[in-house]
Design a protein around this ligand. Sequence first.
Ligand SMILES: Nc1ncnc2c1ncn2[C@@H]1O[C@H](COP(=O)(O)OP(=O)(O)OP(=O)(O)O)[C@@H](O)[C@H]1O
Ligand SMILES: [Mg+2]
Length: 417
Amino acid sequence: MIFQKLSEKQKQIFRWCYQPDSYALICDGSVRSGKTAAMSCSFVHWAMSQFDHQNFAFCGNTVQATERNILMTIQQMTDITYYYTLKYIGSKHVLTISGGGHENYFYIFGGKDESSYKLVQGITLDGILFDEVALQPESFVNQAIARTLSVENAKLWFNCNPDSPEHWFYKQWILQTDAGERPDVLHLHFEMQDNPIMTPEKIAKTTTLYSGVFYDRYIKGLWVLAEGLVYGTVFDKNRHVIEKYDDSNATDYYISIDYGTLNPCSMGLWALEQDKAVRIREYYHDGRKKGVQLTDEEYYAELEKLGDGYPIRHVIIDPSASSFIATIKRHGKFRIRKANNSVIDGIRNTMTLLEHDKILICECCKDIIREFSLYRWDDKKSYEKDTVIKENDHAMDDMRYFVNTAMSRILRKNLQE
Ligand SMILES: Nc1ncnc2c1ncn2[C@@H]1O[C@H](COP(=O)(O)OP(=O)(O)OP(=O)(O)O)[C@@H](O)[C@H]1O
Ligand SMILES: [Mg+2]
């Protein structure tokens, strides 16, 4: 990439580190607002102009995410490659940058990777760029910062999208900086308009990608709590529930399962079209309520009944349901896909699809319709980390498995840039 021109906010990213008494920079705010690109370029220029034969770190959520978000950005940035030579050794996760008579080493760490904890303990760092710091554990961030304390001119660079207002980073860094308690820290709040390539059309398109709490955080850039009904602002019976389904446009059929023995077991039969999915039938058994626990074989018989007459491409199931997966395999009739079970991503994707009417529900699917009006964020636990209440979440979970596993193409193709 080449920086077209820099926005005023981005220019501040390039200037702050040369000012006296500047210790840390925090850039928070909307997605695609030009935080990572400007910070990583500025970070490299600062390190290369001020230091020689020193160590630096790029820290992200995982090593892989950091390689993708930072390393690849830098390697493709003409504003860096024109001045410096870059050499990355993947096995050691270290990028050597040389030029202008200096050579420095940039280590890549992942806050969620066990090995990064150990590696970061043994190293002295002159500067750290934390990309998406709100996704990294506090203990990891503090350990990394501790590695800079013996260096006089070390500087810290943080960027993130907002999370809960109770998040440790918001409270300890952003609020304290805003309150004037950290005079050597600069806080810049970014919106999409602060990225020169974000035209009004691109902004409008990106805006449609999020709803509910994710809209407030990723579009408006606000630190807000996930509370109330999870799908409260998007699910609308008048829009999403249909009386009957004509399957002439269906290209595939799937069954998604949230398995439970004591807890309810929910299965949804989905028809997938080019650009949407319809839940056409479902099976829901609440063993506790009905006072009857079913065996895996009995559940399997229900699965066959649900799929009867439909060419089922895959049964999508929670990977932890190992006994039931074994039963399905033994019968040799259905192909299995283990569900991608990442909760918050799944909820965000489902919200986006509902917002665009890409998920419809036949009115015979009473239990999922019921759960839509009951499934809630856990207002107490969500203070620390977005958490849903583990009740009335069975059809919600099977839908999430389906969305995460079978609808990613529709998400990408129809909704993203
Ligand atoms: N001044 C600029 N000139 C040209 N392209 C830019 C400029 N600033 C940012 N970009 C490009 O805009 C895109 C989004 O920028 P970036 O990834 O830095 O945003 P971000 O704020 O980190 O977003 P997120 O919060 O989603 O991580 C990237 O492709 C980046 O290369
Ligand atoms: Mg970024």
